[in-house]
Design a protein. Structure first.
Length: 149
């Protein structure tokens, strides 16, 4: 299997695991704060935010440009806070629908790129994995631990 196909498959599998980790949670559960100032709802909002940012970055890569200007995302905490603040009034069900739609958007942006961009040093690899499978696994584990604790 090609590197690109492997990464696309892993992103979908890891996203399925994330969805499994939140399955059965009520709106109240999703809003319960347990990770600093965040609950599951905020985790999903910030994942969607990164999906949107990195889908745009992959579009730049498709045009032969750098994914984003150096230094753009140096302050992850500020970006995360911005994503969450922008969605403060959004219903939890809409947050879930948005993370699903933004995942599909990210995967579609990656799928449209040539294989070579997913090589070890390829321009698409970092942005895609950082907002995709790697990101999902990080938060899936946190959510699972919270649910077990």
């Amino acid at each position: 299997m090609s590197e690109k196909a492997t990464m696309l498959r892993e992103a979908d599998q890891a996203f399925g695991e994330l969805r499994g980790a939140i399955e059965g949670l009520t709106d109240e559960d999703m809003r319960r704060v347990w990770l600093g100032t965040w609950g599951v709802r905020e985790i999903l909002i910030h994942i969607s935010g990164w999906h949107d940012e990195m889908a745009t970055a992959l579009g730049r890569v498709a045009n032969g440009d750098a994914p984003y200007p150096k230094g753009t995302y140096d302050d992850f905490d500020a970006w995360n806070a911005r994503f969450v603040d922008q969605k403060a009034g959004v219903k939890t069900a809409d947050v879930v629908a948005e993370v699903e739609a933004s995942h599909r958007k990210l995967v579609a942006a990656a799928a449209a790129l040539p294989e070579a961009l997913f090589a070890t040093d390829g321009a698409a690899r970092g942005p895609f994995d950082g907002a995709g499978a790697g990101h999902y696994r990080e938060h899936t584990e946190q959510i699972r631990q919270w649910r077990q604790g």
